[in-house]
Design a protein around this ligand. Structure first.
Ligand code: ADP
Ligand code: MG
Ligand code: ZN
Length: 548
């Protein structure tokens, strides 16, 4: 071979090599351009108290050192999603990418809580990897918690989450099958319940193959618990029953005071049974609270009975009014539209009692956080019981009290004046008389009492139909002036009582509102002097407390 030919061949080879190198470079560039960022965006939502707002779960995968990060103010339990999402994808039979994964929960400035982001995160990652085509995913809102094996678990707060989505026009919802009964209560949504991540992936590949969940008709009777407690079981005690009926009729707060064994606890437990049935909206609102609190179950999907909450006296302030790392409703909200009963009131921590004042006044609890503030409703009838002194027999005609004046004063002072002032009715309970207990007489039943309460409540609905309140106990000065006109004799009677019992201004208005309810129970438009006289009787503690 001549030297010239060799040189030419070398040149050509060099050129080809250069070309190949260039091609490889271009190809590599193209590859990294395409492969460096894989992105998907899944529709979900997050809780704010008992409301919810739309949250987009963004997944971004890139070719860098493998890592997995969640941003957008996730709470610690959301951060733990990483492990569940990774294992669930692998155990569903897919490869987990060795890429740099970033999940953003947007809007990024609000705190995200709950485990229901697991499923949208997993779907986001699988969508970005094109395990699922992007043809359909965008149509659905997705919520659900994952197990390591890919199973989809029940979540708390499903009811408010889904109501929030629907209210924003997002009506097609993928959710855990274990939440479907709870979600069935909501009208105007299309539900796709699933039990495993694999089923969701298969569904999103061909959504038309699966029909949406056809909601079963929910019969409230399924959730009805048999009433075991009735006022007919309470012998005698007619005056106490009457007082509790007044409390129920006007939603007035009550305090029962009397020696041990007088039946205070027994009587209090029967208050919800004489309250009118809740409306559908009220049931839904209470159910939302229980959903967020995690107090619903697959079987108990709807709260239809008015709540009766009787927390133990060792309860913490957070458990009472709500709050905590992940803000949860407290007892005051779990008692919404029902009764909050504090048995043996002086045993409660004074801090806890002081914290009750705000929810009692405002009918909502506000929990403030750096990045958010939540409100939980807390409209309840407050009922409490206490002994008159540490030994329990102060003022009892049949037993001798062994307490010193100092002891009694200390005991009474555990309940602050301001809290006492917020209680509308003080009811003295004396032990049932032997004759009452042993007689075979028929005692007034809860049903009879409720019928009368319902008629008194109907008068209030009519009266307040243009105002924003429901009960007499909620009236402010203007409404009191309008609806509680007193006769001259009544005014005189009140004046005497005010001076004799040294009542506070708050106690004075409470007596007037109470008189309105007593008149309503007698189906009387006008407040008679006898109504006012009865109302004054329910301020016995004002006198007792000041008498010590
Ligand atoms: N008026 C009553 N009729 C029927 N049983 C009663 C009555 N009062 C009390 N009892 C009985 O006494 C028990 C103790 O009453 P309880 O409500 O615990 O009293 P307190 O809370 O005032 O200490 C009740 O469970 C009930 O069996
Ligand atoms: Mg008791
Ligand atoms: Zn005593």
């Amino acid at each position: 071979m001549s030297l010239g030919l060799k040189l030419i061949l070398k040149l050509i080879l060099k050129l080809i090599l250069k070309l190949i190198l260039k091609l490889i470079l271009i190809l590599k560039l193209k590859l990294t351009m395409e492969g460096s960022h894989m992105y998907a965006k899944v529709l979900s939502c997050s809780l704010k108290g008992i409301e919810s707002e739309i949250t987009m779960v963004e997944a971004d995968l890139s070719n860098a050192i493998p890592s997995f990060n969640i941003v957008g103010l996730p709470h610690v339990e959301v951060k733990e999603s990483k492990e569940r999402v990774r294992s669930a994808i692998i155990n569903t039979g897919y490869r987990f990418p060795s890429k740099r994964i970033t999940i953003n929960l947007s809007p990024a400035h609000t705190k995200k809580e709950g485990t229901h982001f697991d499923l949208p995160m997993a779907i986001g990652i699988m969508w970005a990897l094109e395990y699922i085509s992007d043809l359909y995913v965008g149509e659905y809102a997705i919520i659900g918690e994952l197990s390591l094996d890919g199973k989809i678990n029940r979540i708390n707060g499903a009811l408010p989450l889904i109501i929030g989505l629907r209210n924003q026009g997002k009506k097609k919802i993928i959710l855990p099958i274990a939440n479907v009964l709870e979600a069935s209560i909501i009208e105007d949504v299309i539900l796709y319940p699933f039990g495993h991540l694999r089923e969701v992936v298969d569904f999103l590949k061909a959504p038309n193959l699966i029909e949406p969940y056809s909601k079963i008709e929910i019969h409230e009777s399924e959730f009805k618990e048999e009433k075991t407690e009735d006022f007919s079981e309470v012998a005698g005690q007619d005056s106490v029953k009457r007082a509790l009926q007044i409390a129920a009729a006007g939603a007035h707060n009550v305090m029962m005071i009397g020696p041990p064994g007088a039946g205070k606890t027994m009587l209090a437990r029967r208050i919800p049974g004489i309250l009118p049935e809740m409306s559908y909206e009220e049931k839904l609102e209470v159910t939302k609270i229980y959903s967020v609190a995690g107090e619903l179950s697959e079987k108990k999907a709807l709260i239809i009975e008015r709540p009766f909450r009787a927390p133990h006296h060792t309860i913490s302030p957070t458990a009472m009014v709500g709050g905590g790392g992940i803000p949860k409703p407290g007892e005051v909200s779990l008692a919404h539209f029902g009764v909050l009963f504090l048995d043996e009131l002086p045993e409660f921590n004074r801090n806890v009692l002081e914290m009750l004042r705000q929810p009692m006044e405002d009918e909502v609890v506000t929990i403030s956080r750096v990045n958010a503030s939540f409100t939980f409703p807390s409209k309840f009838i407050f009922a409490a019981s206490m002994n008159p002194c540490p030994c329990g027999y102060y003022g009892d005609p049949t037993h001798e009290c062994i307490c010193s004046v100092g002891q009694i004063t200390k005991y009474m002072s555990k309940i602050s004046g301001p809290l006492l002032d917020r209680i509308d009715m003080h009811i003295e309970v004396f032990p049932v008389k032997y004759e009452d207990l042993s007689s075979n007489g028929i005692h007034k039943s809860s049903l009879e009492m409720r019928k009368e309460v319902e008629s008194a409540r109907r008068m209030q609905v009519e009266r307040f139909k243009k105002s924003r309140i429901l009960y007499n106990s909620q009236m402010g000065p203007t409404l009191i002036k309008k609806y509680c006109k007193l006769k001259p004799e009544s005014t005189l009677l009140l004046e005497v009582a005010f001076k004799k019992l040294s009542l506070s201004a708050r106690a004075y208005t409470k007596i007037i509102k109470l008189s309105r309810t007593i008149a309503d129970l007698s189906v009387s438009e006008s407040i008679e002097t006898s109504h006012v006289a009865e109302a004054i009787q329910y301020r016995s503690l004002d006198k007792k407390f000041r008498g010590i």
